[in-house]
Design a binder for this molecule. Structure first.
Ligand code: ADP
Ligand code: MG
Length: 372
């Protein structure tokens, strides 16, 4: 489905969006000896689209459940629009939720499913009907009101779940791995759809995913979690290009890691074979000179080596494998003692094949250096 550009600006009057509309202050939760949330503090701007990204078990769902009121934290403070939620039960929080499994009522029609939250809130019939129509049209399923969930595809069912979550105009929309059950093509389409819906309704959205591409594509801000803690909180470009730790760098994509030694006197970095590389910063704080150079596979340059001489100090290697990926070629290069991986756009891989000797450019774009 193509993305139709209807930018409906959301009217908040003259008011600036509240920077800490959703506010988590040192939220803690443990289950036995497992610390699911370890002093999580997070401010979410009114109307913002934030993604919580992290491996399985990092505390993402627990964080959403805390906001929704589905569980009570052991400590910390939570507020929405300045209102302390500690004594506000789940059904009084005005929060919409979408889960991986659509959890639609199978015996109700699509329109009855979407209208369900309005019945619970005792909204009058004609008003409810108008709202259901608007919600169905928002998710582009205007004509599906009379069907049953079982008659819809997975993607359509997820759209219905979304319509049901926004029909009562929640203050916040929480989405827990909403696209995980969909196949790749549908998932990519729905990522754009979620962005469009966010633009149209302007609701504050917090989405959980373990899929880095999804997080980078969809949201305005990515909060990376690990072991119940926030390890980085930044816009997608910054998370990808300036990760603050090796963990985030590795979680965001395939990388090469080369152990290097830095010196404080301005000389370049060296690997164990004595190959040098001029990099900024010349020595990260606290590293004692031992660093990991981290280079994304898509940021490695390869060129056929011109002269045959190799004094062993050049970044030069032999292509061992070339795997055609469609839009790119994944090359494995032996650069003793390192085995490096490069992902080259197809036009830059032309003429390179296993057995070729290549010059390797590791500092071509955005190399990252972390203290070891
Ligand atoms: P994520 O959503 O990032 O995969 P969760 O928030 O579901 O992670 O879980 C974080 C940690 O808390 C995990 O170690 C998980 O096993 C544990 N946990 C979550 N919910 C419960 C629960 N109801 N009972 C016991 N342990 C739980
Ligand atoms: Mg989860």
């Amino acid at each position: 489905m193509s993305e139709i550009n209807i930018s409906v600006e959301v009217d908040r009057g003259d008011r600036e969006p509240q920077p800490d509309f959703v506010k988590l202050e040192r939220i803690r939760k443990h289950y036995g000896s497992v610390v699911a949330l370890d002093d999580v503090s997070l401010d979410i701007r009114e109307g913002e689209f934030v993604t919580l990204l992290g491996p399985s078990g990092s505390g993402k769902t627990t964080c959403l459940r805390a906001i929704a009121g589905m569980m009570t934290p052991d400590g910390g403070k939570l507020s929405i629009a300045g209102r302390d939620l500690s004594s506000v039960p789940m059904n009084r929080r005005n929060i919409g939720m979408v889960f991986q499994n659509y959890s639609l009522f199978p015996h109700l029609t699509v329109a009855q499913n979407v209208g369900y939250p309005l019945r619970v809130r005792r909204i009058g019939r004609s008003e409810a009907q108008a709202r259901v129509e608007r919600a169905l049209s928002l998710v582009r399923l205007d004509t599906y009101g009379d069907r049953r969930p079982a008659e819809l595809s997975g993607g359509q069912q997820q759209r219905i779940a979304l319509a049901r979550a926004v029909v009562f105009e929640p203050d916040v929309l929480l989405l827990d791995e909403p696209l995980s059950a969909l196949d790749r093509v549908l998932r990519e389409e729905m990522q754009l759809e979620l962005r469009r819906i966010h633009r149209e309704i302007g609701t504050t959205m917090v989405c959980v995913t373990h899929d880095r591409t999804e997080a980078l594509t969809m949201s305005e801000r990515v909060v990376v979690m690990r072991d119940g803690r926030i390890v980085q909180d930044a816009p997608p470009e910054q998370i990808y290009l300036q990760p603050e730790s090796r963990f985030v760098a590795e979680f965001l994509g395939e990388v090469n890691i080369v152990a290097m030694t830095a010196s404080n006197d301005g000389r370049p970095f060296q690997d164990e074979a004595g190959r040098t590389l001029a990099l900024e910063p010349s020595s990260p704080a606290g590293s004692n000179g031992a660093v990991d150079l981290v280079v994304r596979v898509e940021h490695v340059g390869l060129k056929p080596a011109k002269e045959a001489v190799d004094d062993g100090h050049r970044w030069r290697g032999e292509i061992r494998e070339a795997l055609f990926l469609g839009d790119a070629v994944r090359m494995v290069v032996d650069c003793h003692p390192h085995v490096l991986v490069a992902r080259l756009p197809i036009e830059r891989a032309i003429g390179l094949k296993p057995g070729d000797i290549v010059d390797i450019d590791l500092a071509m774009r955005m190399p990252m250096v972390f203290a070891r």
